[in-house]
Design a protein around this ligand. Structure first.
Ligand SMILES: *Cc1c(COP(=O)(O)O)cnc(C)c1O
Length: 491
């Protein structure tokens, strides 16, 4: 830094700011251009990690260049590349450069987007972007919503509204329903809102991992007969495990009949409505009372960009509005939105900017095609897995996810379990591609989530060949060992 007065004010001079900024951009652009050739994660010796990033509180300055290099070496190179075209684990997070720049702008201009009077342009962009989403999801004109950090907070926010509006805040004997495939964010959200574990009924899912209507109806009737108060059904619009979509339209009918709130966890799958197959699978989504969606998953935003939509825009302030004397002069008079009353944050990031900017820069048609690529990729993966002859498809490609198990030549299911289970760790050690496992009906399965639009057919072929080779090696190793003498699985 040029001189001590600037340092005291935490400033750089003009030339240094530009140099620092350009260096950051060069670092990112180099990464984007070389990403596909790099491993999904660097092979790391876990012991060597012990010594890093354990330094004393820094009283003296370091040159920014050294700090940037340290970040690249010790953080970037030790992280899984979740946007890599051969990263298929969990939910891949493929962001886009327009939104990365928007995040830089939101931070650089430090736009405060909580109070309409302090930044009507920013509030208007958030309102407009929420309204675009409202149109995409077919919610009524009266609907509204807000940007939040992630799907967990979006679900929590929606459930807080359901508690306020549907239950008028009285949780006694209230019961919510979902399938056993629900994301843990939902159960945690309800627990944080003060519901006891028994107030969420997880109904065993059907053979397609969907919430079964008859069992749900029976559970509701049983609870009513026992004097309990059913209030909410929580449906998945694409589970994280298999991409299963609950029967949304039929659930909307049921909720109408039973006077229940319908909340849809669309954190992963909701953006699929922008494709023909997705729109078909998600029919009925437009009838939900509330919807949580992660724009950082299948809408290609940098991490921390999610939205909660409510059928009636007054429900959010009805839940979150408080009065503060020091904010009296900024209270809205008319329809202006003060986002501090739309959720649990006051000072908040301007997250809408990135979604707005990428919608405008790429256009919605390109985004829809990028989502459709995920469907096509998972379908190709399924075909390749079937053709390889050593995999059993557990759930076919749907919502860009396919799940499968290894099938040893002798058909031994215990061996199939062990190979499938150990394969994740083998892939992690290999590093050229990555997929993760899960359990379905108590059995280990592998899953590929192929929602990254930069994934090519060659990436899928390479990944499936690699998995086949590693699994065959594992089969040989494990077949030679008695079951109780196998290597412990690494997790
Ligand atoms: C990822 C996910 C969540 C949680 O969202 P975060 O953004 O990780 O907080 C909730 N539900 C489903 C179905 C998800 O896939």
């Amino acid at each position: 830094m040029s001189d001590s007065s600037q340092r005291q004010a935490l400033q750089f001079d003009r030339e240094e700011m530009r140099e620092f900024g350009y260096q950051v951009i060069d670092s990112l652009v180099d990464y984007y251009e070389s990403r596909a050739e790099k491993p999904v994660a660097e092979k790391l010796d876990l012991d060597a990690l012990d010594g890093i990033l354990t330094e004393p509180l820094p009283h003296e300055p370091s040159h920014w260049r050294a700090v940037l290099e340290q970040f690249e070496r010790q953080v970037v190179d030790t992280s899984n590349r979740v946007d890599h075209p051969r990263f298929f684990a969990y939910i891949p997070l493929a962001n886009n450069f327009a939104s990365v720049m928007a995040d830089a702008l939101a931070a650089g201009y430090n736009i405060f987007n909580a109070v309409w009077l302090q930044g009507p342009g920013a509030a208007q962009i958030e309102r407009l972007t929420v309204d675009w989403l409202r149109q995409i999801f077919g919610f009524p004109a009266a609907a509204g919503g807000t940007f939040v950090s992630g799907g967990s907070v979006a679900n929590l926010t929606a459930l807080a509204v359901a508690r306020e509006i549907q239950l008028r805040g009285d949780m006694r004997e209230a019961v919510a329903y979902c399938s056993d495939q629900i994301h843990f964010a939902v159960s945690r959200g309800l627990r944080l809102l003060g519901f006891a574990p028994g107030q969420l009924r997880k109904i065993p899912s059907d053979e397609n991992f969907r919430l079964p209507l008859e069992a749900l109806r029976a559970a509701i009737a049983e609870d009513r007969a026992a004097g309990r108060r059913p209030f909410c059904v929580i449906a998945s619009a694409g589970t994280t495990n298999t991409g299963a979509v609950d029967p949304l339209d039929a659930l909307a009918d049921l909720c109408l009949d039973e006077n229940l709130w319908l909340h849809v966890d669309g954190a992963y799958g909701a953006p699929a409505v922008l494709t023909p197959q997705g729109a078909e699978a998600l029919k009925g989504l437009e009838r939900a009372h509330s919807l949580a969606l992660d724009a950082h998953k299948w809408l290609f935003q940098p991490i921390e960009c999610s939205v909660v939509l409510l059928r009636d825009r007054h429900w959010l302030p009805a839940t979150f509005k408080e009065r503060a004397e020091y904010l009296k002069d900024v209270e809205a008079e008319g329809e202006e939105i003060n986002f501090m009353y739309q959720g649990i944050q006051l000072t908040r990031q301007f997250r809408a900017l990135k979604l707005w900017m990428s919608f405008k820069v790429f256009g919605l048609d390109a985004i829809s095609e990028a989502i459709a690529a995920g469907f096509a990729n998972a379908e190709l993966a399924e075909r390749l897995l079937r053709a390889a002859g050593c995999w059993e498809i557990v759930t076919p490609a749907g919502m860009a996810i396919v799940t499968f198990r290894y099938t040893p030549a002798n058909g031994d299911q215990t061996l199939a379990d062990r190979v499938t289970q150990d394969l994740v760790e083998r892939l992690r050690r290999d590093g050229d591609a990555f997929a993760s496992g899960t359990q379905l009906r108590g059995k280990p399965v592998m899953r590929l989530c192929a929602n990254n639009p930069r994934t090519t057919p060659a990436d899928l072929e390479k990944t499936i060949q690699l998995m086949g080779r590693l699994a065959a090696e594992l089969e040989v190793q494990l077949a030679g060992l008695p079951a109780d003498n196998q290597q412990p699985a690494h997790h």
